[in-house]
Design a binder for this molecule. Structure first.
Ligand SMILES: CC(C)(COP(=O)(O)OP(=O)(O)OC[C@H]1O[C@@H](n2cnc3c(N)ncnc32)[C@H](O)[C@@H]1OP(=O)(O)O)[C@@H](O)C(=O)NCCC(=O)NCCS
Length: 153
């Protein structure tokens, strides 16, 4: 039986956990900015992120009360751009598949995602969540997700 995954809004108390996941080697390899992030700038980023829910929404995914990942939606014009990370110890168990499926159901309007072309796990995840490949530029794959009532302008 699949364990149920829930998304709850992130809060400042999650700062240490989110920083740990952000600085994980695989997460950094998959990110645009591969630099290690220090606590002071992370706290500023997190506080700013949580204060603008119309621009950025940040969640922690939990299964059976345990934090197993995080996902984010950033407002870019009329779209939400999605990104996600699974806790290193929870990878390879279908968490990302479940997290993306729940996240997509939470958001209205067109969705987009960028995945590095060597990130096979995330390519599978984003395609199974219903995103369609749009284009590839400089080793990054761009995906779009349209609902029946949404349109990219
Ligand atoms: C990429 C990541 C999100 C995948 O999360 P996960 O929970 O381990 O993924 P899942 O278990 O749901 O597996 C997804 C699929 O990828 C496959 N997969 C998992 N790890 C893989 C790997 N290293 N190489 C190739 N395929 C892999 C799984 O077998 C599964 O395939 P299936 O659809 O055929 O069953 C996770 O590894 C992670 O957080 N990585 C670092 C951050 C990152 O890459 N974020 C995404 C940026 S776009």
């Amino acid at each position: 039986m699949t364990k149920q995954l829930i998304l709850r809004p992130a809060e400042m108390a999650d700062a240490d956990l989110l920083l740990l996941w952000r600085n994980d080697v695989e997460t950094r390899q998959a990110s645009h900015n591969t630099d290690e992030v220090v606590l002071s700038s992370h706290l500023i980023w997190l506080e700013a992120s949580l204060s603008k829910p119309d621009q950025r929404r940040l969640w922690v995914a939990e299964m059976m009360g345990k934090a197993v990942g995080t996902c984010r939606a950033d407002r870019v014009e009329n779209r939400w751009e999605l990104s996600w990370t699974v806790a290193p110890e929870a990878r390879g168990k279908g968490v990302a598949h479940q997290m993306l499926s729940v996240l997509v159901s939470y958001l209205d309007g067109p969705l987009v995602a960028q995945v590095r072309s060597d990130n096979m796990a995330s390519i599978k995840v984003v395609e199974r969540a219903g995103f369609a490949f749009d284009k590839e530029e400089s080793g990054v794959l761009y995906y779009v997700f349209f609902r029946q009532s949404s349109s990219l302008v």
